[in-house]
Design a protein around this ligand. Structure first.
Ligand code: CIZ
Length: 341
């Protein structure tokens, strides 16, 4: 069987603009090893997507774990889930195409119920978000009455609706620290809960959930990744506690971004998080020598230029993020509590 790939049709009068698009992409992506040929193969997609988003009144929001062709080719705003959810409340566009996984797009919908939120790929799962249900949270609350429930952003809207406050890797420490209680239920990331317990000195009741990408990092693998003893190594909160004990710092991608922005010229830096974020840093801070983590989240990588083009041109029900209004209102409380930090 011959498979003919579908690509956007480019009219002959647009060829000049397409060449400019190839040059634009090459300037951005060449530092990551992209060739002119590779840029030529994606240019019809980025060109058409950028046209469609203007024609149809969309802003494209992309999580830092997306691939570089999305981040530098078509995204208007790039960041972690907290930054993206906040930015979404500030933009005038009523339509958002969100490149990330479902729980992140749901956070945007929780804060922007009047906006249309589309996610391009199908199967935007997350091992953390899928590890716990709202019923599980209700049972935890029965077991530990009066104990505050902090949910990591990697949870469904249903789970957020049962929680007191939501947090991201960027503000988890501040939020747990700020609570009056010495015992806190932290769901669903067990590594992050244990790491927070060590940092804050609080008793954290955890849930057996983990991010398959960060949890897979072992000490042996870490040793292989550190190519030079002078490398500064920062690990994501979602990594195992033994990893956190062996590195120079801990945080979310927001903290890592701030570190990269101030890193001395030529410093060797290893961020133990998803490779998409490292590629973003390599382009934005070319004077720093970022080592690759080679940690890949396959769910994040399900969004690609083809599915984005299709979702903008002809969205289906599968692309649309819908939330029950009662659940959204309850989840809004936990998310808006988080935004104070
Ligand atoms: O909050 C986020 O976006 C996640 C899940 C990780 C991070 O550190 O960016």
């Amino acid at each position: 069987m011959v498979v003919v790939e579908e690509t956007p049709e480019i009219r002959s009068e647009e060829f000049g603009l397409l060449e400019e698009e190839v040059d634009r992409l090459f300037t951005k992506l060449n530092p990551l090893g992209w060739t002119k040929n590779a840029c030529e193969s994606i240019a019809p997609f980025t060109y058409r997507i950028n046209q469609l988003k203007k024609e149809r009144g969309f802003k494209i929001l992309a999580h830092s774990y997306q691939t570089a062709d999305i981040v530098f080719g078509i995204a208007d705003i790039v960041g972690d889930s907290l930054a993206l959810a906040k930015k979404a409340t500030e933009i005038k566009e009523k339509r958002i195409l969100f490149c990330g996984v479902d729980f992140m797009a749901e956070s945007v919908k929780i804060l922007n119920p009047e906006k249309l939120i589309l996610v391009p790929a199908i199967g935007r799962d997350c091992t953390l978000a899928d590890s716990i249900t709202s019923e599980d949270v209700r049972k935890l609350k029965e077991e530990y009455p009066g104990t505050p429930v902090v949910c990591y952003v990697n949870t469904s809207a249903d789970v957020k609706a049962e929680s007191d406050i939501c947090c991201t890797s960027a503000n988890a420490r501040k939020i747990v620290d700020s609570l009056e209680e010495d015992t806190v239920i932290f769901i669903p990331d067990e590594n992050m809960g244990n790491n927070l317990s060590k940092i804050t000195g609080k008793k954290i009741i955890t849930w057996p959930g983990s991010c398959r990408t960060h949890n897979a990092l072992s000490i042996k693998r870490l040793e292989q990744l550190i190519l030079d003893e002078n490398t500064k190594t920062l690990a994501h909160f979602e990594c195992r506690p033994e990893i956190i004990e062996s590195v120079d710092g801990i945080g979310g991608t927001g903290d890592m971004h701030r570190y990269a922005a101030k890193a001395p010229k030529d410093e060797k830096v290893l961020f133990l998080t998803e490779q998409g974020f490292i590629d973003r840093m390599k382009v934005e801070y070319p004077d720093v020598q970022f080592e690759d983590s080679k940690m890949i989240c396959i769910s994040m990588k399900r969004n690609d230029l083809f599915s984005i083009w299709k979702a903008l041109e002809k969205p289906t029900d599968d692309n649309v993020i819908e939330l029950d209004e009662e659940v959204r209102k309850k989840a809004y409380r936990a998310v808006s509590n988080m935004l104070k930090y």
